[in-house]
Write a protein that binds this ligand. Structure first.
Ligand SMILES: *Cc1c(COP(=O)(O)O)cnc(C)c1O
Length: 384
């Protein structure tokens, strides 16, 4: 089994970093990719990168050496996949548009429809040119919060058992489900049981099954051995059918940080540090999920001697990253390293309040700090 020691080297180049900046560490990203490659080799499954969570195209020279292609959620992601990754492109969308479907078909290998009405609508165009699948809703909820649970009540994502139309299956070559979020293999097993109970009888007519994303394969405690067994067992039961996994988060998991600086420190009942980043604009999941970003060398409020509330540099009152404590007082100009900020951040960023988008940078395996992209006023202007 591949070890995943995850040793970050950002501190070695911290002086050079102009903040705010996302710094992806090539070596850590490659460790993730090697783990995923191990799963592919041991299980026989094919793994795709879900661009929704990680689309850092300047790392694709590396990612494409390990993964089979990309999963796209519509025309723009499919185009990026075709232009920059150029292996398999699998496109799913809750609803495809008439005006975009021809281009999507021309650059995709697989298309997954969200309903039988969409399948009926686009069947004649798609059928002969791409492998078509249908997304089903296994109706097994296990995601941690409703915002990220595709099987929640009244979900629009995927066909339920009740809405399934066996008589319209002709031409469908694959079944797709996506029901997990940051989960271990026990959750996959639960979903698979529900999926097979309701839809198992259709699998022998298929060429492939896509297990979606949400598999936290690169997390230290993920049971890779069990995942390999589950996939092998599934393939054995269905005549060696092709199995796809399409994680996003697991590819970028703990592969880098967001580095920000302290701009000012004010006092209002407590010490408040204002940073050159923003929860709202640069780390939206801290507010949406919500989750607490880890900061290197810091702890929860009051666990260490000096506690600060960390706020973003926007006018939104709730643009608060959280309360953190440090061994030494913070000073203006100090740099803070927010851990694990490469997935579901860059892809979601906004220029809210005119705040500058952070640089995208790479810490290469040989220790060089490389700025991939720098943003400015133009990004704000064009989007408003
Ligand atoms: C979000 C999503 C993924 C990727 O999920 P992760 O949690 O990032 O692994 C894969 N497939 C579909 C259909 C998705 O919506």
């Amino acid at each position: 089994m591949i070890k995943n020691p995850k040793i970050s080297k950002i501190e070695s180049i911290i002086e050079k970093i102009q903040t705010p900046s996302y710094v992806c560490e090539e070596a850590l990203l490659e460790e993730n990719l090697k783990r995923l490659q191990y799963v592919q080799e041991a299980s026989g499954a094919k793994i795709l990168l879900a661009l929704k969570g990680f689309a850092l195209q300047d790392t694709f020279y590396l990612v494409r050496q390990y993964l089979q292609g990309c999963t796209a959620s519509g025309l723009h992601e499919a185009k990026l996949a075709r232009e920059t990754f150029d292996k398999e492109v699998h496109t799913y969308s809750p609803a495809f548009k008439e005006s975009e479907i021809d281009e999507i078909i021309s650059i995709s290998n697989h298309i997954v429809f969200n309903s039988f009405s969409q399948w009926q609508k686009f069947k004649s165009k798609a059928q002969k040119r791409v492998s078509c699948g249908i997304r089903i809703n296994p109706e097994v909820s296990s995601a941690p919060v409703a915002l990220y649970d595709p099987s929640s009540t009244y979900s629009r994502l995927g066909v339920t058992k009740k809405a399934f139309k066996e008589e319209l299956l002709d031409g469908i070559e694959g079944l797709h489900f996506h029901a997990l979020c940051e989960q271990n293999v026990d959750a996959l097993e639960k979903v698979l049981r529900g999926f097979e109970k309701n839809f198992g009888k259709y699998i022998p007519r298929m060429r492939w099954v896509n297990f979606g994303g949400g598999h936290h394969i690169t997390r230290e405690d993920y049971d890779i051995k069990r995942l390999v067994e589950v996939i092998r067992d599934f393939k054995k039961r269905y005549n060696d059918i092709t199995v796809y996994l399409e994680p996003g988060e697991a590819v970028g998991w703990q592969s880098g940080a967001l580095v920000a600086s302290v701009l000012d420190i004010v006092e209002n009942g407590m010490q408040i540090a204002i940073l050159d980043t923003s929860a709202e604009a640069h780390m939206p999941d801290t507010l949406a999920m919500p989750y607490r970003a880890e900061i290197r060398g810091a702890a929860k409020a009051h666990e260490r001697q000096y506690t600060y509330r960390l706020g973003g540099n926007t006018c939104l009152a709730g643009d608060i990253i959280g309360d953190y404590s440090f061994d030494k007082p913070l000073k203006i100009g100090d740099k803070l390293i927010f851990e694990d900020m490469i997935h579901y951040t860059i892809v979601k960023n906004t220029t809210f309040n005119g705040i500058k988008l952070p640089d995208l940078a790479l810490l290469t395996k040989d220790g060089n700090y490389k700025i991939l992209k720098r943003f400015g006023y133009e990004e704000y202007k064009r989007r408003n």
